[in-house]
Design a protein around this ligand. Structure first.
Ligand SMILES: C[S@@+](CC[C@H](N)C(=O)[O-])C[C@H]1O[C@@H](n2cnc3c(N)ncnc32)[C@H](O)[C@@H]1O
Length: 419
């Protein structure tokens, strides 16, 4: 029995070691080799939930540990703690499983006793304390700059949303959100996304195979709405993969070219277009080298992705921010190059799924300083709270906005035009 539950836990522990010991993102790690799809899903869910609740698990474990054991043993302690306290698993089964997993590795074998004793305390007294502990905090390297930019209270509000299981947002191909919401028991969000709070396997939901919708956070669906495409306009999606925004642009009837540097990710765009029956011309290449003239360009630039941490809690744990300045510089070069691809009177939406003003407001303000003939057009999206519009004319979205409806990804977007 223990062995049966062990495979998913072992795979979850391997994923957590990849993130916490090797500093890699979950998306960069090989998928666990588990033949049963349910076990695979469980392993992935356990790893993500552990990362989401890691800070609280560490607070609880701190009560029972005189000194933190090495990272590999901490992986098992955190996994066990989150399974017991957050997932509500029976403590004895979790303790046995974590001790068995510790036995399998040279680096953890000597910590079997510690893991056993500590997780027993977690399963006893600890379980009762869990809910009274504060929401998980972001690591210091990110908490400090976000606190400087937004204030402490906002960071706490964002952390509270990030602790929640994120909803599933769908963008509807034919635009009839109400009909899809009724069919799936969802809620129509500002901007038209259909939000589901309860959902199982996405590919089993009605309309998936038929390509009636695609998964896209409501915040991520707004840049294309800001671009306000007209049927027949030539449109370029400069960093397109996996293609959520390409599909929106194609569904609006634009003549779309979708470009991305990554061949592998471009295959995802093709798959998505095949499923939804939408059309776009696909180009694999470097945005900085692309040539042409377009009525409208969407630049969803590579960024820190700090706006998506509630879906990807591995990001805050695998990264330390040291590679971000290189991204800021790339974004600046991409904006400058994208402006050269605009037809006279053409529009550019620059956007990033980031919470850092360096990748949002500051990029937009600096672009205005570099280009005399550039203006930011005030958003014309009636459903947007005016408080979300920044002085320079961009839209700042934060995870704590619409928190009582499940929040949203952090995003920045600005509609620019060459005068
Ligand atoms: C934020 S993601 C794009 C998400 C996409 N727009 C969507 O909505 O599905 C950024 C993309 O930029 C691509 N990228 C990074 N550097 C690039 C470059 N120099 N030229 C083109 N694409 C690049 C990455 O491969 C990645 O797919």
């Amino acid at each position: 029995m223990v062995e049966q539950g062990l495979a998913a836990r072992q795979a979850a522990a391997a994923l957590l070691r990849g993130v916490l010991v090797d500093g890699r993102l979950l998306s960069e790690l090989p998928a666990p080799k588990l033949s049963d799809p349910a076990e695979l899903a469980r392993a992935q869910r356990l790893a993500v939930t552990t990362l989401r609740w890691q800070d609280r698990a560490d607070r609880l474990l701190g009560r029972y540990l005189r000194k933190m054991p090495p990272a590999e043993a901490m992986v098992l302690l955190r996994l066990g703690t989150v399974e017991i306290c957050e997932e509500g698993a029976a403590a004895h089964g979790v303790v046995n499983a974590m001790v068995s997993l510790a036995q399998k590795h040279k680096s953890t074998k000597h910590f079997k006793g510690l893991i056993n004793a500590t997780l027993r305390k977690v399963g006893g007294e600890g379980r009762g304390k869990w809910r009274s502990l504060p929401a998980p905090q972001l690591p210091k390297w990110l908490r400090k700059p976000l606190g400087d930019d937004y204030g402490k209270a906002t960071v706490v509000a964002m952390e509270e949303v990030q602790a929640m299981q994120p909803p599933l947002d769908l963008t509807v191909k034919n635009g009839d959100s109400q009909a899809l919401a009724e069919k799936l028991g969802g809620e129509v969000m500002p901007g038209g996304s259909v939000r589901l709070r309860e959902f199982g396997q996405v590919s089993k939901l009605p309309g998936f195979k038929e390509g009636d919708w695609w998964v896209q956070d409501m915040a991520a669906s707004l840049p294309v709405q800001l671009l306000d495409l007209k049927p027949g306009e030539t449109a370029l999606d400069l960093c397109a993969a996996p293609g959520g925004k390409t599909m929106q642009m194609a569904a609006l009837g634009a003549d779309v070219t979708a470009l991305d540097l990554s061949e592998k990710r471009m295959a995802r765009v093709q798959e998505n277009l095949n499923r939804t029956g939408l059309k776009a011309k696909l180009v694999t290449g470097d945005a900085l080298e692309h040539q042409g003239q377009y009525d409208a360009i969407l630049l969803d630039a590579p960024c820190s992705a700090t706006g998506t941490m509630r879906r990807h809690p591995d990001l805050a744990r695998a990264k330390d921010g040291s590679d971000f300045p290189g991204l800021f510089e790339l974004q600046e070069r991409m904006i400058d190059h994208a402006l050269t691809l605009l037809a006279p009177g053409g529009r550019l939406v620059f956007c990033t799924c980031s919470l850092l003003p360096d990748e949002g407001e500051i990029q937009a303000e600096d672009a205005l300083k570099r280009h005399d003939n550039l203006e930011i057009i005030q958003p014309n999206l009636p459903f947007i709270d005016p408080a979300w519009i920044k002085p320079e004319g961009g839209i700042r979205l934060r995870p704590d906005y619409l928190a009582d409806q499940g929040g949203m990804d952090g995003f920045y977007m600005a509609l620019m035009r060459k005068t």
